[in-house]
Ligand binder design. Structure first.
Ligand code: C2E
Ligand code: MG
Ligand code: MG
Length: 915
């Protein structure tokens, strides 16, 4: 819009000033051109007001729009009048002209209000006073007063002329105030300056017009109409500027043109000079008198004083600038003096010119000793060479920072790592050399080193960790591929480590792992990589293996080495290890090799711990089967796929039934009947064993109670339930047992809990507490498979055990030659000494029964008597019949409880041997 207006204004002015087309053309141009320009201005200013946010500025612009509209209406009325050939002054138009001024003054008032909030009031008042007095004098003496003397034009005309001129002057003075108070904000000065310009042009036109009116020769198309036409453009530009300022404030981009602020600063001086100028003008008639002389002197003096003040102000500004520069210099000096980095200035060949105080600390080179010294003398060998080429590189650069490079420095037996950056400041007159910055990064480096180690080493055992191990395997395989050699990986998993951790605490567990690591390293060759993969898992990488026999020999050596008991403080613990072995013959890829070894280890573990196994491709399928089994087991209890069979426990002498042992089976939907050996390890590993144990307990107790009611003399029959170590340690076995007893109504004394030897092997206090808790319920505790586990018998007396079940292997050896019977005898004697009952397992031959009776073992179970079966089937067995027969023949109930039978038989045996 402003571009259109500018073009229009230029065209109109050209026509009027040059008089192209004759005076008549100029006359009409002067008459008609004002209205369109006014209309454009009204639209433009109105648009500005609409876009501004509510506030004094917006009000100012709205009032300004109204004022310019009133002015436009008045001009239009005048134009019509002139067109009809009538001089419109005075006329209706003057009503609008008069109305124009209060609205304009109102607008200016809001402009002042909008700016006044940003400047100190005192300064504004002073500036305003100077401004109004100075320029006011000018207007008064040179514009208003002369027009007052023109009495020949009639009272109304003179009054109106005077009013217009006075109001013009007042409006101009007031418009000067926002310029004075514009302050340092972006564009804040440009708006009032442009407005001031616009109205100054308009009022200049007014002054010309009134002078002509007074002299009586005004006609449209003269210079005053050019003024009237031109006054709108600065106003519209001010509107643009106002909107731009608003946006700039919003986006925080603030910049002040120096030209505008200089104008603002000069205004008071201009006002003063104007007043002086008026004084000179008024006294000009008295050209030779002392007054004009004195006036000239005062004028000159004032100009000189202003000039002097400007000079002083400039000097002050320079001093302030110098002081600020000095302060910055001091600040830099202090920063350099106190910086932890050492800063040095050297020539390209290392000659030192300056060293900051920190150089003493870091490089041992004091600031006062640098003269004549060379930086390169601090280093020797490779690092000196690197520094030399670094200096050359900096010297060759034209700008920017070079580096960093890292140099190692040994001083007073301490090793430092320094990081150096440098820049070429040879052309900087203050430096004239290479500026070098040395930072001591020793600590950071050692931390990085530690972190690197941590990233590749197990912090507990200091062995390689999984990452490094995998990396080494990759590397070894690459070499093996090249020279046709073979790589072998062993995975080791400690058996029973969990027990140590649980019973002796994590600290003991840690010490055990460290001891295991040491034994592994000692047993392997120096070229083998030993790694801890995590938890109780270790791995060994064997490179360039000569033969499978060599691998097996090492595996055996490792098993033997770990089989030796470890002493942890006061306790001696035994951990065995299962080893899985895979070689690059079967898998050429590192990941496959590791996973094969893992699978083989898994098999070694399930095959019975403390052994090694070589990976076979079919193991993979077995593993998958095992995983499937684990998944199937999740629903097996709720699907009622488990069931119990019972194997009778017999009085060896009378072949009466003493009790039954509950043995769990799984009716798998696709695999058929599964035996405990096939799924108990899986259940133990997945943790489902606890739920299974609970199920067995409650069903076994309930089954026995129901069944014994159908048998004469059924009371006193016992049921033995196998409980896994995990159930004792992680579950709440005592509560499960109590629940089973309560639900079934079985007497606690008729329930036997069978635990394997390894379960209680760690005679930890926690285990002891748990067993005592069980015992407190009144149940009996049996050690199953006795003799196969831990060799030390010393723990037996500490635990509240009631029954030892002699393992099948001992019973088996009874009838073989050699020391088989000796071992069984030792066990039976021990149990008698400790007051425990003995039950023999796996009796398959009559001769074994005889031998057992001979040794004093009076109870047993085995295929000789019966395999495990349902209780219904057992009802028809000879052992039940025998019990019934004894029951009716002998009246003493005591003899028919299991314990009673034991006691009676033992007593009889003692009597026999005494006789
Ligand atoms: P165990 O407690 O020692 O049970 C005796 C195992 O020996 C049974 O095998 C039984 O069938 C078998 N057996 C009995 N007499 C003879 C014999 O004369 N000769 C031979 N060769 N074997 C005989 P089964 O049922 O396969 O159980 C194996 C093991 O599984 C059990 O050994 C027991 O440790 C565990 N087990 C069985 N049921 C459960 C259970 O419900 N929970 C837990 N946690 N373990 C169970
Ligand atoms: Mg058992
Ligand atoms: Mg057993």
């Amino acid at each position: 819009m402003s571009a259109v207006l500018a073009a229009y204004t230029a065209l109109g002015a050209l026509i009027m000033l040059t008089g192209i087309g004759g005076s008549r053309f100029s006359y009409y141009a002067g008459l008609l051109c004002d209205a369109p320009a006014n209309l454009i201005a009204v639209f433009a200013l109105g648009a500005v007001a609409r876009q501004l946010p509510a506030g004094p500025t917006r009000t100012a612009w709205m009032l300004l729009t109204v004022a310019i509209s009133l002015y436009g209406i008045a001009s239009a009325i005048n134009m019509i009048s002139w067109l009809r050939g009538i001089d419109p002054f005075p006329g209706i138009a003057d009503v609008f002209f008069v109305a124009f001024f209060p609205v304009l003054l109102g607008s200016i008032f809001f402009f002042i209000r909008a700016t006044a909030t940003r400047v100190p009031w005192m300064q504004l008042m002073l500036d305003a006073a100077i401004f109004i007095v100075g320029f006011g004098a000018f207007f008064w003496f040179l514009v208003i007063r002369p027009s007052a003397s023109a009495t020949h034009i009639g009272t109304i005309k003179q009054a109106l002329t005077q009013t217009y001129l006075s109001l013009d002057c007042m409006a101009l003075l007031l418009l000067g105030l926002p310029v004075l108070s514009g302050g340092p904000r972006s564009g804040a000065l440009r708006v009032p300056l442009l407005l001031l310009t616009g109205f100054a042009v308009m009022f200049f036109g007014d002054i010309l017009w009134s002078l002509m009116k007074i002299r009586g020769y005004y006609l449209p198309g003269g210079f005053q109409d050019v003024m009237y036409l031109s006054c709108y453009l600065p106003m519209v530009l001010a509107g643009h500027e106002q909107l731009r300022t608003m946006n700039a404030v919003e986006t925080q981009e603030q910049n002040e043109g120096p030209a505008e602020s200089t104008v603002a600063q000069m205004l008071p001086y201009a006002a003063m000079l104007t007043a002086l100028f008026v004084l000179v003008y008024l006294t000009r008639s008295d050209m030779n008198g002392p007054v004009i002389m004195m006036t000239m002197i005062v004028f000159t003096l004032t100009v000189l004083v202003i000039a002097r003040q400007a000079m002083v102000l400039r000097e002050h500004a320079q001093v302030r600038e110098r002081m600020a520069a000095q302060r910055i210099e001091d600040l830099y000096a202090s920063l350099i003096a106190n910086a932890s980095d050492a800063i040095m200035i050297a020539s390209a060949n290392g000659d030192l010119k300056f060293a900051s105080p920190a150089s003493g600390r870091t490089l041992g080179m004091k600031p006062e000793d640098v003269a004549g010294r060379n930086l390169l003398e601090l280093w020797t060998g490779e690092d000196a060479e690197r520094l030399r080429s670094f200096l050359v590189e900096i010297a060759a650069s034209s700008s920017g920072m070079i580096g960093p490079v890292e140099l190692r420095l040994e001083r007073d037996n301490v090793r430092f790592v320094l990081e150096i950056v440098g820049s070429n400041l040879t052309r900087d007159s203050a430096v004239q050399g290479l500026a070098l910055n040395f930072r001591d990064v020793t600590e950071r480096k050692s931390l990085e080193e530690q972190l690197r180690k941590l990233a590749f080493h197990d912090p507990l055992t200091l062995l390689a960790n999984r990452n490094l191990f995998r990396d080494r395997v990759h590397h070894a395989l690459a070499i093996a591929r090249r020279d046709g050699s073979e790589v072998t990986v062993m995975f080791l998993d400690l058996d029973n480590f969990k027990n140590v951790n649980d019973s002796l605490g994590h600290e003991a567990g840690d010490r055990l792992l460290q001891a295991v690591a040491q034994r592994l390293v000692k047993t392997t060759r120096a070229t083998d990589t030993v790694s801890r993969l995590g938890g109780d898992e270790f791995a060994v990488l064997l490179e360039a293996v000569a033969s499978p026999a060599e691998v097996e020999a090492l595996a055996n050596a490792l098993i033997r080495a770990l089989d030796e008991p470890f002493s942890l403080g006061e306790s001696r613990v035994k951990v065995a290890t299962s080893i899985g072995i895979a070689s690059s013959r079967s898998s050429a890829d590192a990941e496959d090799l590791l996973s094969d070894a893992d699978i083989a280890m898994y098999h070694a573990k399930s095959a019975g711990k403390g052994r090694f196994m070589l990976f076979q491709p079919e193991m993979q399928e077995q593993i998958h089967r095992r995983f499937r089994l684990e998944a199937d087991m999740a629903n097996a209890i709720s699907n009622q796929e488990f069931f119990l069979e019972y194997q009778p426990i017999i009085d060896l002498g009378t072949r009466c039934l003493l009790g039954v042992e509950a043995l769990v089976r799984w009716h798998h939907p696709t695999a058929g009947i599964l035996f405990p050996g096939q799924f108990i390890p899986v259940a133990e590993e997945s943790g489902q064993i606890v739920a299974l144990g609970r199920w067995v307990l409650s069903n076994a107790c309930a089954d026995l109670c129901r069944w014994r009611d159908s048998i004469p003399g059924g009371s006193g029959l016992r049921v033995a339930v196998n409980i896994s170590a995990q159930h004792l340690q992680r579950g709440d076995l005592a509560r499960d047992v109590a629940d089973a007893l309560a639900a079934s109504g079985l007497e606690a004394g008729n329930l036997v809990i069978e635990l394997t030897e390894s379960t209680i092997i760690y005679n930890s206090d926690a285990n002891l507490d748990r067993l005592c808790g069980l015992k407190a319920l009144g149940v009996r505790l049996a050690i199953d498979d006795f003799g196969t586990g831990y060799s030390s018998l010393s723990y037996l007396h500490r635990f509240p055990i009631d029954i030892l079940k002699i393992d099948r292997s001992f019973v088996n050896r009874l009838t073989h030659s050699g020391n088989g019977s000796e071992l069984a005898r030792a066990v039976i004697t021990l149990s008698e000494t400790l007051g425990l009952d003995t039950v023999a397992e796996g009796i398959e031959l009559e001769s074994q029964v005889d031998a057992l009776l001979e040794l004093g073992c009076v109870a047993g179970q085995g295929y000789l008597f019966a395999k495990s079966t349902s209780l219904d089937e057992l009802s028809h067995s000879v052992f039940v019949a025998n019990r019934t027969a004894h029951w009716t023949a002998q009246a003493r109930f005591e003899d028919f409880t299991a314990t009673g039978r034991f006691e009676a038989l033992k007593a009889a045996r003692r009597r026999n041997s005494a006789a």
